[in-house]
Design a protein around this ligand. Sequence first.
Ligand SMILES: [Zn+2]
Ligand SMILES: [Zn+2]
Length: 239
Amino acid sequence: MKEQLYTIPVMDAYKEDCECPVCSMYKSLENKAIDFTMGPSYMEDDIRAVTDEVGFCNNHIKMLYKNQNRLGLALMLKTHMDKTITDLEKLSASEKVVSTSLFRKKSEAKGVPTYIQTLNHSCFVCNRIEDTYKRYLVTIFYLYKKEAEFRDLFHNSKGLCTTHYADLYQMAPEQLNGEMLQNFMKDLNQIYLENMKRVRDDLDWFIDKFDYRYANEPWKNSQDALPRTIQKTNSVDVE
Ligand SMILES: [Zn+2]
Ligand SMILES: [Zn+2]
């Protein structure tokens, strides 16, 4: 089973104290992909041909910029720009732009706009993460099916962010069946909703603490309620 390759990172994420273990798995893949992109690999021709072609998304270009390998990033972006300029020079020269009439559908637009739209939706780092990330999600179902220890970890976890709750919700019917599927859905809905309520209540107390009447009350679990809320609502680690 291919899933067995990924049981360790998935188990490790579920043993972490965090608001979404799937976010944590994604983040570690992301960090590895950023290190790979800024490591010696960018000098290899085959990798460079891909980064020249697909570029980077807005999120990952920021992470690459923060990585401090400014020369590496400059070299990659220089040849990426070279390719964009060459391609668009050719495309724009060969394209005759005519005024759009009511009878021409917008979706017929090809050439320059399509090229740029594809470019804006492609990213070397996203692509590099994608396959392993999908295997990690499948491994969650594999472990749920096979390992009682994992079922306990899942059941006692702090839930998930909304996006990853949706991912698991949608994948479950493809990955499980019968009673196992029903148990998983029950568990999934319960851990997501109970933990959303827990963080919502922490946030509620965080708000109350701004009221002078509660100034001398203890913070309870609310001091970091805002970053934990953002993890749940936006799948982002702001700390
Ligand atoms: Zn998440
Ligand atoms: Zn990306």
